[in-house]
Design a protein around this ligand. Structure first.
Ligand SMILES: NC(=O)c1ccc[n+]([C@@H]2O[C@H](COP(=O)([O-])OP(=O)(O)OC[C@H]3O[C@@H](n4cnc5c(N)ncnc54)[C@H](OP(=O)(O)O)[C@@H]3O)[C@@H](O)[C@H]2O)c1
Length: 267
């Protein structure tokens, strides 16, 4: 059956590869990127490679929550029912690690933005018969400092990234509990896959980017919902769980979500 799918951060890396795979099977695919020219080129490329004209896209720099909010409005105006949302856009290294609002860019792009975006389009996701949300985490997971979250301190690229990736995982578990009719899964797509992010961060890679795209595709379209809802899939192990202990600590999850909502709702 033809599905309507939106993948954030799909102008490159595993998001782009997953989008192509889905487009080749005739699904309606919405891309997202921060650069309008690059997005237009990728839409044209994927249409050409897939032979599917049902590909469109949205532009927003996720380091600016105002742009995330604006994009959510555009998405809601254009899409009546969204079957699959893949919160994939992510950053590790940046020339400007602190955003204009004074937060760490990993926290904003990898954590605040997907929460703001998802919450703002929940009604069109709920209109799908079998909705799924896939949240990109990582094997890199480190206890979240509220001082980092609030922009009071700075940290190394690796530490800020690992905290943002545990944060989205904790929120993913929380969202799964809140939204019983949506299948929500957190995903480590595999470590050191061959993408720009990894080459820039480490100068080397372990596995092909296809490994990450294939598991995104599988969770988005193939895996039975009952098997994945509320879980964490670790593609280094090729199976579900376990995640960092903080993700199973209800008090820590609630504390994180309360602090997050204050910031995201003010943005
Ligand atoms: N590769 C791995 O080994 C690995 C491992 C664990 C988790 N992950 C996660 O998988 C996801 C995809 O990563 P990837 O490896 O495919 O990286 P990538 O090739 O660098 O792709 C990242 C995507 O996010 C977009 N993006 C970056 N900053 C953005 C911003 N400020 N606003 C909007 N979009 C932005 C990029 O846009 P541009 O095209 O403009 O750059 C690109 O489309 C990330 O969430 C990452 O943390 C990857």
């Amino acid at each position: 059956m033809k599905k309507t799918i939106l993948i954030t951060g799909s102008t490159d890396g595993i998001g782009k590869l997953a989008a192509l795979k889905m487009a080749k099977e005739g699904h309606q695919v919405y891309l997202h990127g921060r650069n309008a020219d690059k997005l237009e080129k990728v839409i044209a490329e994927l249409k050409h490679k897939s032979g599917n004209e049902d590909i469109d896209g949205f532009v927003a720099d996720f380091s600016d929550l105002g742009q995330v909010h604006k994009m959510a409005k555009e998405v809601s105006a254009k899409i009546s029912a969204l079957d699959v949302l893949i919160n994939n856009a992510g950053v590790f290294k940046s020339q400007h690690p602190i955003t204009q609002d004074g937060y760490d860019i990993r926290i904003v792009v990898n954590y605040f933005a997907p929460i703001l975006f998802t919450n703002a389009i929940l009604d069109i996701i709920q209109k799908s018969k079998e909705p799924r949300i896939i949240n990109l985490s990582s094997a890199a997971q480190s206890s979240v400092s509220l001082d980092l979250l609030n922009g009071n301190i700075t940290m190394s690229d690796q530490e800020a990234y690992a905290q943002s990736k545990l944060a989205i995982l904790m929120w993913s578990f929380y969202l799964a509990q809140q939204e019983s009719n949506i299948a929500v899964v957190a995903l480590n797509p595999g470590s050191l896959l061959n993408t720009n992010m990894v080459r820039e961060a480490y100068g080397r890679f372990w596995s092909s980017a296809d490994k990450g795209a294939d598991i995104i595709y599988d969770l988005a379209l193939i895996k039975p919902i009952a098997e994945m809802d509320g879980k964490y899939f670790d593609n280094d192990r090729g199976e579900f769980g376990p995640a960092h202990a903080d993700a199973y600590n209800a008090e820590k999850v609630l504390n994180l979500i309360q602090n997050t909502e204050d910031i995201v709702n003010a943005g």
